[in-house]
Ligand binder design. Sequence first.
Ligand code: 13P
Ligand code: SF4
Length: 334
Amino acid sequence: MLVTKVETPRTYPEFAPEALYSKVKHAIPPFEWPIYAQDIDAIMKLKSSRNAVVLAHNYQTPEIFHCVADIVGDSLALAREAMNVDADVIVLAGVHFMAETAKLLNPSKTVLIPDRGAGCSLADSITPADVRLLRKTYPGVPIITYVNTSAAVKAESDICCTSGNAKKIVESLGVDRVIMIPDEYLAQNIAKETGVKIIAWHGHCEVHERFTAEEVRQLREDYPGIVVLAHPECPPEVVDASDYAGSTAGLLEYVSTKKPPRLVLLTECSMSDNVAVQYPDLEFIRPCNLCPHMKKITLGNIRHALENMRTEVTIDAAIADRARLSVERMLAVR
Ligand code: 13P
Ligand code: SF4
C-alpha cells in the first residue's frame, strides 16, 4: 500500500509561496494563486497553533492535496495513518465516511470535516436496517462492508474492506460465500478474481458508474497506445476493457512504477490533476467525472474549520464501539 507523505512540515515558520507555486504551476493558473496563497498561509499558521494535521484523499484538488495536506492517500491509507497521527486535531479533507473512520480510530482526538454535507452515493445506498435484513436472509454468511458507509452500517457488519484490500479481506475469512455491501460493481469485480461466491447489494458510485466500455473503446481508437487504468467501482465491463484496475493508491503505484507515456485514469477528475503534478512528462487524457461531494471541500472551508473548530465529527458510543471492531478487524488483516 503506497502512502504518500507530503513534504509539508508540521511547524510552519515560513510559507514560501513561490517555491510552492512552482510545484503546482501546471495544475493551478497564475491568476488563481494569490487567492489560494492567502488561505494556505492562514491554514499553515492555524495547523501550528491548533496542533492540527490535514488528511486529504487523492480526489482533493491540487491546492489542497499538494499545498496544505500533511498526509494524502486512498481510503485504506487514510484509515491506517489516522491511527498514527500525533496531533490534537485532524481535519479530514474528504467525505464524511472518511472523517467518521478517522474518529473511530482516534476517539480522543477532535476530528473536523470542513463541510458536513460531503457525503457519498454508496454510503447513502444502504441503512443499518438493510444490513440486519441481509443477516436474517443469509444466516451465518459473513458481511463485508466497504468503508464507504456510515458508522451505523459498519456497526452491523463483521468486517470492513476498501478497494485496496477487498480481495484479501474476502479470502481471509476462509468461507465459500460472503456478503459484500454496498457497491455492486466492486463486488462483481472482486468476484472475478476469487473462488469465493459474493452476494452483492445494489449500491453504485455516482462518479464511476458513468464510465462505459464504449468510452474505453473510443479512447483506444483516438489515442493509440493509451494505457487505461480504472477504479474497481467502475462497471465490470469497463474494468474488463481496461489494462489495470485498482484503488486510487493502486493507480498511483501503477503510474509511478510503469510510467506509461500516455494514459487515462477512469476515476475522479482531481486524481489525474494530482498525479500529473508529480509526473509532468506523462500525457494524461482526462475524460474524468467529478465527485460533487469531494468538491465540497475547499481551502476556504478548511481554513474556516480550523478557525472555528467546526464541524466536529461525533459518533454515538454504542455504534462507535461496534463499528470500530469492523474497521480494526480489517486493519488486522495483512
Ligand atoms: P479509494 O479507497 O480507492 O481511494 O476510493 C475511495 C473512493 O471514494 C473512490 O470513489
Ligand atoms: Fe462516494 Fe463515488 Fe464520491 Fe467516492 S467518488 S466519495 S464512492 S460518490
